[in-house]
Write a protein that binds this ligand. Structure first.
Ligand code: UD1
Ligand code: MG
Length: 450
């Protein structure tokens, strides 16, 4: 029976002090909402419901961008976590099987933890994810009796003794979908905040003779983000974990603490990543590729045996085939470089196709933009593009062709042709010493006058 997922993401996040809804703030290049959706996706859910409220339109767009099959419901007023879950009831009225409730601002719950909760459903009608808090602060406290969970008490409503409890509520809850909604429907708001607390379903379940239990996870997983400082902490925590995972997966990181990963970065075994490399969203690096120091990559693919940098920038749509060499101060965007292409230095390749074995000389630029539209440059196989060639797109250079250094190429170049698009050189014998004398006399006059 497929699991249903409800992700709560309606809160404003006042303490972020931001125009952006909290769940859209990014950790590792991806909105926190995507982290939560990714954790949930590991359960292969039948249905995913995102509860939006503040900034609903933007939240909905982000949710759809991650999973176009998800359903977004809008909670008009934020009356509490139980009220938020209740908004998902109409969408899941036919859903059988279990429902897992996640928070959009809690990005680090691991798939294994969610699996453990589903396993615990064999023993309990309601399963709550708890953690031992170093500083329990204002978290809800889990009141337990042996293995059983008696109730959850919110900090505001807790007695002095209850506040001494260090086992806290992460917010993640799992129950049979229809049981969950029938319990949520019974929740009232007679408490210190006047809110409908999802946490009340534990006591309501027990009144029905149903049992509740706790699964625990390390506190690092339940880390929620409420402030910019916590967002920075979450980023640091993500990066620490991603670096450790990369090392474990057989990736060499020369200076791990200086490499930054995105949520979806994939790096193959035996790849080598130098110091100060930044991976934005959508990067895959195949086994054995090397990314040298100070590179910035996003939305690109680097194949086996290719090497990039130092100081290179690969932007979305950069596709490097096997054994491509990209050197320093090269920027590549929306361009396909076939096997063995070499782009050594100081070059911009945008909206281009480069055939196998082609060499791009230093200072080459694809002039892809005419101020209004973008145009493509197509270069064939085994071409030699001379240094400082301007390729004014749209333009094609055929196989086995050459361009002379400093050329401005505005017309197509046939296979095997040499194209020269520059002024012819003029040589004036004996003129240089005369010019030097002239310039010196001008300088001397200026200094006397001053
Ligand atoms: C909640 C729990 C608390 C737990 C803590 C963990 C309740 C009553 N309390 O408290 O036991 O220790 O989380 O972080 O559940 N949301 C909505 N609509 C609402 C209210 C909240 O979508 O009307 C969403 C928020 O956007 C957020 C999540 O639910 O993602 C939790 O809400 P929040 O207000 O942060 O709850 P806490 O007071 O932190
Ligand atoms: Mg909170």
């Amino acid at each position: 029976m497929p699991v249903s997922l409800v992700i709560l993401a309606a809160g404003q996040g006042t303490r972020m002090n931001s125009d952006l809804p909290k769940v859209l703030h990014k950790v590792a290049g991806a909105p926190m909402l995507h982290h939560a959706m990714q954790a949930g996706a590991s359960l292969s859910p039948g249905q995913v419901v995102v509860v939006a409220g503040h900034g609903a339109e933007a939240v909905s767009k982000a949710a759809m961008a991650y999973d176009e099959d998800c359903t977004v419901v809008v909670q008009e007023a934020q009356l509490g976590t139980a009220h938020a879950v209740a908004q998902a009831a109409p969408v899941l009225s036919d859903a059988r099987g279990d429902c897992v409730v996640l928070y959009g601002d809690t990005p680090f719950i691991r798939p294994e933890t969610l699996e453990a909760m589903l396993d615990a459903r064999a023993r309990h009608a309601v399963v709550v994810l708890g953690f031992e808090a170093r500083d329990p602060g204002r978290y809800g406290r889990l009141v337990t009796q042996g293995e059983a969970l008696e109730r959850i008490v919110e900090f505001k409503d807790a007695t002095h003794e209850e506040r001494e409890i260090t086992l806290c509520n992460s917010g993640v809850i799992c129950a049979d979908t229809q049981t969950l909604f029938s319990l949520v429907a019974e929740v009232g708001n007679d408490n210190a905040s006047g809110e409908y607390y999802l946490t009340d379903i534990v006591e309501l379940a027990r009144k029905r003779g149903l049992s509740a239990g706790v699964v625990t996870c390390p506190e690092s997983e339940t880390m929620g983000v409420n402030t910019r400082a916590q967002l920075a902490e979450a980023e640091a925590a993500f990066q620490a974990r991603a670096r450790a995972e990369a090392l474990e997966n057989g990736v060499t990181l020369t200076a791990p603490e200086t490499v930054f990963f995105a949520l979806d970065t994939h790096i193959g075994r035996d790849a080598i990543i130098g110091p100060n490399v930044y991976f934005g969203p959508g990067v895959t690096i195949e086994s054995g590729a090397e990314i040298k120091a100070f590179c910035h990559l996003e939305g690109c693919h680097v194949s086996r045996g290719a090497d990039v940098g130092p100081f290179a920038r690969l932007r979305p749509g950069a596709e490097l085939a096997e054994h491509v060499h990209v050197g320093n101060f090269v920027e590549i965007k929306n361009a396909i470089l076939d096997e063995g292409v070499k782009v050594g230095h100081l070059t911009y390749l945008g909206d281009a196709d480069i055939g196998e074995g082609t060499n791009i000389g230093a200072g080459t630029i694809t002039c892809n933009y005419d101020g209004v539209n973008k145009h493509r440059t197509t270069i064939g196989k085994r071409v030699f593009i001379g240094s400082d060639t301007m390729l004014v797109a749209p333009v094609k250079v055929g196989d086995d062709a050459m361009t002379g250094s400093g050329s401005v190429i505005t017309e197509d170049v046939p296979d095997e042709a040499v194209a020269l698009g520059r002024a012819r050189q003029v040589v004036k014998p004996g003129l240089a010493p005369k010019l030097f004398d002239l310039y010196k006399s001008i300088k001397a006059k200026r200094q006397k006058g001053a």
